[in-house]
Each structure stands twice: as C-alpha cells, then as structure tokens.
Design a binder for this molecule. Structure first.
Ligand SMILES: [Cu+2]
Length: 301
C-alpha cells in the first residue's frame, strides 16, 4: 500500500504488476488444476469500506485485506460471493493431499508460462525472474482453514459466516542467532512448498477451504506503517467424501476471531523486523486440528 516506508527491513517497493500476492491455484493429490479453478475469484478494482488505517480504499487484485474491511473480504477475498456461483467445486476424499500456489502478477499480465513451465513441478513461478522464483514480499504465517457449509446449503451459496477450523499452518524456524526465518517468505527468495492433507477425520460435506498468509502488524507505536495486520485470503470450494463419523471440532469465527487484538496478529517491533520471537507467540487463526485433536499452534523450536 502507499503507506509502505523504506525504514523497515521487510518493506519492499515493487512494480505495480508485482505488488503483493494472491493464492490462485490448487493441486489435488499432486495434480495442478487451472489457475482460479475451484478458487473464488476477486473483483478488481474494488472499493472497500473506509477504515482508519487505510487512506485509499480502492484495492487491486493482489492488494492486502485489512481486518476492518468488509467481513466477506476478510473471510474469502474481495467480492468473493459475486464469483461463488460460477466457481467449480473440487471433489476430494478425506485424507487427500492439497498443494497451493500464489502469484504476485496481476491477472492482466498472466501468461501460460507462469503456470505451466515452472521448475520442479511448482504451480506458479515468475518467468521475469532469472530463477523463475515467485516470492512473497511479506513475512508471516501461512494458514489453511475449513468451514463447512450448513447442511442443505450449496457451498457456492455459503458466505463463510460459520466456524473455521485450522488444518495447516507454516510459520517460522529460528536461526542460530535467535532471529526468525519465515518459511513462506524466505527473505523474498524461493518459498517453501505448501502441501497438506484434508484430515482423514473430516466429515463428509461441502466446505470452503480458506488460504491466507498474514503479515502481522505491530504492537508498538510510533511505527505507522503496517501497524495493522495485512491478510491475503482466498477460498476454494471443495466437496469432501468421507467415512468419518466424528464431528468437526470447534473453530473460530471470521472476522470476529481474526482481528488486531487476537493472538498472533501483531508482534513487537523486534519480531516484526525478524530479529527475535515474542515470548509465547502463537500463530493466528485459532487452534490447529491434527485430525485427532486441537492443539495450540505455536512455533516448533
Ligand atoms: Cu503487500
């Protein structure tokens, strides 16, 4: 956003075509699907509601969402309900593997070689980069949540106002000097891959699968830039076939439980700069469901 400053280590001035990012692509059991197939698209430009933290509410495709934006935007991306009905539903089995991929390139510049010619079987890449690296320009945890459409409701009509259960997160490792290394961000180099299973214990039904990377904001004034968290949410529509008989565990509500005061959404300036971890830091988005139990979602150090 326009307020980004060059003072902070993690800020990055990119050309407009490379600004920010969106999750746009799924692989199902190792097979990449077409970009935005099964993923609700976004509307651009889109006028968000006015908030104290943003001076320009017109957002382009890859721009961040703020927790004070429209609830629908926070759940699944800007104007996602307008795209829900004409988005396909991916049929999976509980226990199947999903991989996700993002892009920083604007849709007007999308070309086949950023999807279909990528090194090492990745689902997206940047043909304009010498190493074809599609990077992230912000550090933070990558999260995936499931929300079940109410019984009798087509997922293509579901707005995500129910509960969300976290099934995957990818956070950071700690370097020897105590600084932190966000695995998705990787200092704007080649990111980790994002591969996870739909838990075997997931009950049958239609679900939204929410994908996000959250750039935590700051607790400490007077840094004005990004003092609010930035989120980058999109949702896939999936139909889960399952023999599981147990219930889905309790989840969070979005945006109520994903705001500037909920755990993991803001850090100290030192952690913001990647220099250290805050005591007791937990990743945002609630407890993590392993399929067996809900656990606290903390860095494994
Ligand atoms: Cu950004």
């Amino acid at each position: 956003m326009a307020k980004m400053s060059t003072i902070l280590k993690f800020t990055f001035v990119a050309s407009l075509a490379q600004a920010h990012f969106t999750f746009v692509r799924l692989a199902h059991n190792g097979e990449w699907q077409a970009p935005t197939q099964f993923i609700r698209n976004k509307t651009e430009p889109f006028e968000e509601r006015s908030t104290p933290n943003t001076n320009n509410n017109e957002r382009l495709y890859n721009f961040p969402t703020f927790v004070s934006d429209y609830p629908e935007s926070v759940r699944c991306g800007r104007d996602n309900m307008a795209h829900a009905a004409n988005t396909e539903v991916l049929r999976v089995k509980a226990g199947d593997t999903i991989e996700i991929a993002h892009t920083r390139i604007s849709p007007s510049d999308w070309a086949d070689n950023q999807w279909y010619d990528c090194p090492n079987g990745r689902g997206s890449c940047d043909p304009n980069d010498p190493d074809w690296t599609m990077d992230f320009n912000h550090p933070g945890p990558l999260l995936a949540h499931l929300s079940k459409a109410p019984d009798g409701t087509d997922v293509r009509e579901y707005d995500g106002s129910g509960e969300w259960v976290k099934i995957y997160s990818l956070g950071f490792d700690m370097n020897e000097d105590g600084s932190i290394h966000w695995l998705a961000y990787n200092y704007e180099k080649l990111p980790a891959r994002f591969i996870f299973d739909i838990p075997k214990q997931t009950p049958a039904g239609e679900y939204l699968l929410r994908l996000d990377l959250i750039w935590p904001g700051l607790w400490e004034p007077p840094i004005y830039v990004s003092d609010t968290p930035q989120i980058y949410a999109t949702c896939a529509q999936i139909l889960v076939e399952s023999d599981a008989t147990g219930p889905l565990p309790e989840g969070i509500e979005i945006p109520a439980d994903l705001n500037t005061t909920t755990p993991g959404m803001r850090t100290s300036l030192s952690m913001y700069r990647g220099e250290s971890m805050d005591d007791g830091y937990t990743y945002p988005g609630g407890l993590l469901w392993t399929g067996e139990e809900l656990v606290e979602d903390k860095p494994i150090l």
